[in-house]
Design a protein around this ligand. Structure first.
Ligand code: HEC
Length: 172
C-alpha cells in the first residue's frame, strides 16, 4: 500500500506541471494575439501612394514593363501592395523599402534629381536590384541575363531621351 502511494505521489507532479505549462502557453497565445492586434494600429506601413508628380517617359515599352514589374513597387508612386505587406510587422519592412527606394530613385518624380545612370545600370546588372526579399515573393521581378540587358538598355535610352531633373551622386 505505502509503496503504491509513494509511486502515485511520485507520478503526480507530471500532470500538474503539465497543466501549469499549458496555462502559460494559453496566456502566451492570448498575449501574442493582443500584441498582434495592437501593432496593427501603428500607422507606419499603411500609407497611401503620393500622386505622380512627373512620370518618366520610357522610349522602350519592353524596359518599361520590366521596370513596372521589378522596380515600381519601391521606385515609383505606383506601389502595389501585396496583402501580406498590409499586415504589421511585414508592412513596416515593406514601407521602409518603399521609402528608401523612392528616396534613391523615383520614376514618378522625374522633376526631381534621381540616381545617377551609372548607379542604376550597376544596380540592374549586378543583380542587387530588385532586392532578394522582394524577389522571393514576386516571381516576375526575377530578371534573367537577357532581361537585365534589356532593362539596362532601356534605362540608357530613358536617361538620354527624357533625363530626370538632375542626378544624385552616391545614391542609397
Ligand atoms: C523591394 C523594394 C525595391 C525594389 C523592388 C527595387 N528596389 Fe532599388 N532600392 C530599394 C531600396 C530600399 C534602396 C535604397 C537602399 C539601398 O541602396 O539598398 C534602393 C536603391 C536603389 C538604387 C540606388 C543605389 C545606388 O547605389 O545609387 C538604384 C539605382 C535602384 N535601387 C534601382 C532599382 C531598379 C532598377 C530596380 C528594378 C530592377 C529596383 N531598384 C527594385 C528598394 C527596391
Amino acid at each position: 500500500m505505502s509503496t503504491m502511494k509513494g509511486e502515485e505521489s511520485g507520478a503526480r507532479p507530471t500532470p500538474r506541471s503539465g497543466r501549469r505549462w499549458k496555462r502559460w502557453l494559453a496566456w502566451g497565445a492570448v498575449g501574442s494575439v493582443v500584441l498582434f492586434g495592437l501593432i496593427q494600429l501603428i500607422p507606419f506601413g499603411h500609407r497611401n501612394n503620393p500622386p505622380v508628380a512627373k512620370a518618366a517617359v520610357w522610349p522602350n515599352t519592353r524596359a518599361e514593363t520590366l521596370a513596372a514589374n521589378g522596380c515600381n513597387d519601391c521606385h515609383s508612386n505606383l506601389t502595389k501592395r501585396w496583402w501580406a505587406t498590409e499586415i504589421a510587422p511585414a508592412s513596416w519592412l515593406a514601407q521602409s523599402d518603399v521609402n528608401g527606394g523612392r528616396n534613391a530613385l523615383n520614376f514618378s518624380e522625374w522633376d526631381k534629381p534621381q540616381a545617377d545612370l551609372d548607379n542604376v545600370i550597376e544596380a540592374v546588372q549586378s543583380g542587387s536590384m530588385p532586392p532578394l526579399q522582394y524577389k522571393l515573393f514576386h516571381g516576375n521581378a526575377r530578371l534573367g541575363d537577357a532581361e537585365r540587358t534589356q532593362l539596362a538598355d532601356g534605362l540608357r535610352q530613358l536617361y538620354a531621351t527624357d533625363p530626370p531633373a538632375g542626378t544624385k551622386q552616391g545614391g542609397g
